[in-house]
Design a protein around this ligand. Structure first.
Ligand SMILES: Cc1ncc(COP(=O)(O)O)c(C=O)c1O
Length: 462
């Protein structure tokens, strides 16, 4: 690689950021914001051209790796043919991508449906909320504690963290938040092996009589009309639910006429080894939202699939919602290529992501045996977690997690006698979880490298 120093030095970038950029985004979560100059495959490169193995992939937006050639070429081709078109007109890739997604959903869930695009994840969830309201005439939803669906004003009401609402007044449509099956820290203090889905039973109790405030048994009407769920919690800390949980939950939802909206924005596009993570759990959703890796990070595009009853043109006619950049041609062209890449080798991706995920998780289990401060490791496909704890292996240790993230970004680790770094992200209810989100095309050698670098990091702080 050539030296990547740009025409503005790192120091100047930091000075200009300090003076001209709002600190309201997430850059200043870090005391020392990092400047990068290049990316390729599974690596980011700093100004000195030091490689950083990336295990967060733009928060799961680049599942096929940085600068994936097929996706980049498709985008260039689109730039040279039809880069701009108002969203009230038709062009090929909008309908071709809708077809791909609708057919993929029909194949998986045996349900006909349609696709609606918008510019990002939160906007896709906004549209899902509108669709629910339009279909039911009601606006209250259940959502999970630990769930993250974005930060627009509407969506902040179904995203659990109070921190995201705290400064913005009253949220009349705030969801009713239900404990997620986070079995390592069970909300009810139960043991996963013996609880018999106690949390679902608690949820079901809400509907026992009208005085529990949700449901009138006489009219068979629920005040809450949908449940929005991440099948595997992302920002909540890459938490995998126990087998059978979603079937139990869906049994209750069906009994009381409550729709299931599944948010696949972070776990979709083969993150867990399936197109949609909900496929692991044997239930059929009413709406699916998606975004992030749909375009492999090339242009913002999000959207939803909904079953035909909810989205057919009679019930969801022209103009029910709109955004200037929705279904933008560069995004849909990139999305079409991403879907094609996965579709052409569906079995290969399913098999390989499962295998690589298991290999990675085996390595993490070895690290857990070595370091008392690792309280829990788990994963599904290539969505993996390391929970940083105190020496008791349970008390959350955010400080350790922060130190490890910062140290990885200093670029002072070693692999095969070469200097390198590692890009990690954290999540979880206590922000003490390293959420591991490698590209789904990470090689076996890169997984070995990741485990060696993680070992070096834990060794430095033990
Ligand atoms: C599950 C989930 N839903 C929605 C969003 C919001 O997406 P965006 O940041 O593109 O608005 C995110 C972002 O991290 C997410 O993880």
């Amino acid at each position: 690689m050539q030296k990547l120093r740009g025409f503005v030095s790192d120091e100047e970038i930091l000075t200009l950021d300090e003076k001209y950029c709002s600190h309201g985004d997430t850059v200043h979560y870090s005391q020392n914001p990092k400047v990068f100059r290049g990316c390729s495959g599974n690596f980011m490169f700093d100004t000195e051209d030091i490689p950083y193995l990336d295990l967060q992939m733009w928060y799961a937006s680049c599942n096929l790796g940085y600068k994936n050639k097929r996706v980049s070429d498709a985008v260039v081709e689109q730039i040279n043919t039809l880069p701009q078109i108002a969203s009230r007109f038709l062009y090929d890739y909008k309908v071709l991508l809708s077809q791909k997604i609708a057919v993929a959903c029909e194949k998986r869930f045996e349900k006909k449906g349609r696709v609606h695009f918008n510019v990002g994840g939160a906007q896709a969830v906004e549209d899902a909320l509108k669709l629910v309201r339009n279909f039911t005439g009601k606006n209250l939803l259940f959502a999970f504690m630990g769930g993250y669906h974005g930060r627009t004003i509407g969506v902040s009401g179904v995203t659990s963290s109070f921190r995201y609402r705290e400064h913005y007044g009253h949220f009349g449509d705030r969801a009713h938040f239900v404990p997620y099956p986070y079995c390592f820290r069970c909300h009810y203090g139960k043991q996963c092996e013996s609880c018999n889905f106690y949390c679902v039973k608690q949820f079901e109790k809400n509907f026992e009589n009208e005085y529990h405030s949700f449901y009138d048994r006489a009219t068979k009407k629920s005040e809450y009309v949908a449940f929005i769920a991440e099948p595997v919690q992302g920002t909540g800390g890459y938490i995998v639910p126990p087998k059978g949980y979603f079937r139990e939950l869906k049994r209750v939802l069906d009994k009381f006429g409550i729709l299931l909206v599944v948010d696949e924005i972070q776990m979709g596009f083969y993150r867990t080894g399936k197109l949609w993570s909900i496929e692991h759990f044997g239930v059929t959703p009413d709406i699916i939202t998606f975004g992030k890796s749909l375009t492999n990070g090339m242009n913002p595009l999000g959207g939803l699939w909904a079953k035909e009853e909810m989205i057919n043109p009679q019930i969801w006619p022209s103009g029910r919602t709109h955004s200037t950049y929705s279904s933008n041609p560069i995004g849909t062209r990139a999305g079409y290529e991403v879907m094609s890449i996965f579709e052409e080798k569906e079995e290969f991706f399913e098999r390989e992501i499962k295998r690589k995920g298991e290999k990675f998780l085996d390595g993490l289990k070895q690290l857990k045996l070595k370091y008392k401060k690792i309280g829990n490791v788990d994963g599904l496909g290539l969505a993996l977690r390391i929970e940083c704890c105190e020496d008791d292996g349970f008390t959350p240790n955010k400080k350790l997690c922060d130190e490890i993230l910062e140290e990885g970004l200093r670029g002072h680790l070693t692999y095969k006698n070469q200097r390198c770094g590692i890009v990690l992200n954290n999540g979880g209810y206590y922000k003490n979880v390293i959420t591991l989100v490698p590209s789904v095309v990470i090689s076996d050698e890169e997984i070995d490298m990741a485990l060696i670098l993680l070992d070096q990091l834990f060794a430095r702080f033990s």
